[in-house]
Design a protein around this ligand. Structure first.
Ligand SMILES: [Zn+2]
Length: 137
């Protein structure tokens, strides 16, 4: 059995290595789909959607209306500090693929019940692009 729930947030980022437009400061209306697979409990429930929301809310709250910046991007961190702007400092470039792995790691380290066997996270940077990864739990 599989259940899924979608989450969304607004976030700024840039890809310093990118040769094209993505090196510029810009943002996306991100979405992510969190999928859980496993065996439903005796009540016929894999996980209460409310419990999934409780796991995801603080993760999404940290990212929403924030700027994700690589710890190596010192100049930008200084500017964001000066502006007193929200930021999430990470040790990777904020590609959709890396954000997907970041979210997957956060969900994985939350207290998911043992009946859940597989986790899949899909991150949509735009309406027609996504990165996806899954792992066994
Ligand atoms: Zn972008």
């Amino acid at each position: 059995m599989k259940i899924a729930k979608e989450f969304s947030w607004e976030m700024g980022h840039r890809l310093p290595f990118h040769e094209g437009k993505c090196k510029n400061l810009h943002g996306h209306s991100y979405k992510c789909m969190v999928e859980l697979s496993g065996k439903p409990d005796k009540n016929g429930m894999l996980l209460d959607y409310y419990d999934l929301k409780k796991i995801m809310d603080p993760i999404i709250e940290e990212l929403d209306h924030s700027f994700m910046v690589n710890s190596s991007d010192k100049e930008l961190i200084e500017i964001l500090d000066r502006l007193k702007s929200n930021k999430v400092i990470v040790d990777f470039d904020s590609t959709a693929e890396n954000i997907c792995l970041y979210l997957m790691d956060k969900v994985r380290r939350s207290s998911l019940p043992t009946n859940i066997e597989e986790l899949k996270v899909r991150v949509l940077e735009t309406e027609n692009t996504y990165a996806e990864e899954s792992c066994k739990l």
